[in-house]
Ligand binder design. Structure first.
Ligand code: ASP
Length: 438
């Protein structure tokens, strides 16, 4: 049987009690052979993640301040776990090395990586697994870009003869051995590239929520978790603002067709969310809407011109947008008009100049700008197979007094996106959830 790669996030490994839960989960299924660990996260709300303490230590050292109190705090976090679990691990030499490093030539990524490094050592000792340092197999080029192919080969070689291992997440090394990290939350990425390299049958990402929720819980009361979602749907949801996994963590497993299961360390009985490559869209008995997400603060710019040669005028307008590096989220086409949706924050004050340039480039009969627009996406792989879908959605929104400013269908008919006023954002999400997500 191919191995299961499991990644545990910071809150799953923040205390000795959490280590016990993690060990029980790993022992429950012998297939869980490769474990990727984060640094200890928050133990309670208001607590500080070890990674943040490490950054603080680095900043203090660079500013010539006394870093010893912060370093002691970090030392204590690990000492608590060691003593409560009665581990036979001595981290004194590691802390001596960190201290020496801080006194000589502090390096930001090296410091940040020590949380994962030390926590993985503890977890390996607790589980009786081998500790394999990510620095020897997660490889970055000299310019800091991630070298996917070299990493894939290196992980394959390093793990081929090791049956069970704990691997620190978040970092790797450049050709000269200098430690380099992914961006924050990067242990998700390490888990995914290890899963790809060992040809895992499943990548489990254990965190503190029972999967991806169907809607934002700050807007909808107790939204249900999504049971199953395709990688394509996840991308649409993530693009529209739903954040669950590190952005770069999806591609390696997606490419290999490895399913990714998001699970809750504190509720291992919950199935979580299963992310898969393909589902028989037409015949599956899944829900009509998989999830709802959205973002506020967009601007719609509408151009009208009698007898417009759409492709020509649109090209001229797009060139203007490109000059201003203004991202285009959606384009709606009419017979003699088109509307472009862009992020207001991205443009700031230059919107006025951009409007002037559009006038000059396109000579429209009318040009109009609507601000304070929110985009809301209803994502669902089954939508194209249900006739009348969009009509029902629009009617429900209209009945709730939500004025629809623009409509777009996402790629591959996976989503319907509506542009509405910012003030209607919450109402629209609730209407869609209550009416269509159940
Ligand atoms: N410990 C790192 C962070 O806090 C990486 C991770 O947890 O994935 O961002």
């Amino acid at each position: 049987m191919n191995p299961i790669v499991v990644k545990f996030g910071g809150s799953s490994l923040a205390t000795a009690g959490q280590f016990e839960k993690v060990a029980a989960i790993i022992r429950e299924n012998p297939g869980r052979r490769y474990v990727v660990a984060s640094a200890p996260g928050k133990r309670f709300s208001g607590d500080t993640k070890v990674t943040d303490l490490l950054y603080r230590c680095y900043d203090a050292a660079c500013a010539g301040q006394d870093f010893a109190p912060v370093l002691d705090e970090i030392r204590q976090r690990f000492a608590d776990i060691i003593s409560e679990l009665q581990l036979q691990v001595d981290l004194a030499p590691d802390f001596a090395a960190i201290e020496a490093h801080l006194r000589t030539s502090p390096q930001r990524d090296y410091m940040a990586s020590r949380g994962e490094y030390l926590n993985s050592k503890l977890l390996a000792a607790y589980l009786g697994f081998a500790f394999v340092d990510a620095a020897q197999m997660v490889l970055f080029r000299a310019d800091g870009s991630f070298d996917a192919e070299a990493t894939n080969t290196a992980i394959g070689h390093a793990l081929v003869s090791i049956d069970r291992a704990v691997i620190p997440g978040f970092y790797g090394a450049m050709p000269d051995g200098t430690i380099h990290t992914f961006s924050r939350g990067g242990s998700d990425v390490t888990g995914s590239i290890v899963a790809r390299a060992v040809g895992a049958e499943l990548y489990e990402n254990w965190t503190d929520v029972s999967g991806i929720l169907m809607a934002d819980p700050r807007i909808v009361d107790n939204p249900e978790p999504i049971k199953k979602i395709t990688y394509a749907e996840l991308r649409e949801l993530a693009f529209m603002g739903a954040t669950v996994l590190h952005e770069e963590s999806v591609q390696p497993v997606r490419e290999k067709g490895i399913p990714l299961n998001i699970r809750n360390t504190n509720r291992p009985q919950d199935p979580g969310t299963m992310i898969v490559g393909n589902i028989d869209r037409e015949n599956s008995d899944d829900r009509f809407i998989t999830g709802i997400a959205g973002r506020k603060n967009f601007t719609i710019i509408t151009l009208q011109k009698h007898d417009m040669h759409t492709s020509h005028t649109l090209r001229q307008a797009l060139e203007v947008f490109e000059r201003y590096h203004a991202p285009i989220e959606h384009i709606a086409l009419g017979l003699d008009s088109f509307a472009l949706v862009t992020s207001s924050a991205g443009l700031g004050e230059s919107i006025y100049q951009l409007m002037g340039d559009l006038q000059k480039a396109c000579h429209p009969d009318d040009i109009n700008q609507q601000d304070d627009i929110a985009l809301v996406a209803a994502v669902g792989r089954k939508m194209p197979f249900r006739p009348g879908t969009s009509g029902k959605l629009f009617k429900a929104l209209g009945d709730a007094g939500v004025n629809i400013r623009t409509i777009a269908q996402g790629t591959d008919e996976l989503s319907i996106i509506v542009g509405i006023d910012n003030k209607d954002y919450e109402t629209a999400i609730r209407v869609l959830y209550d009416g269509f997500a159940g």
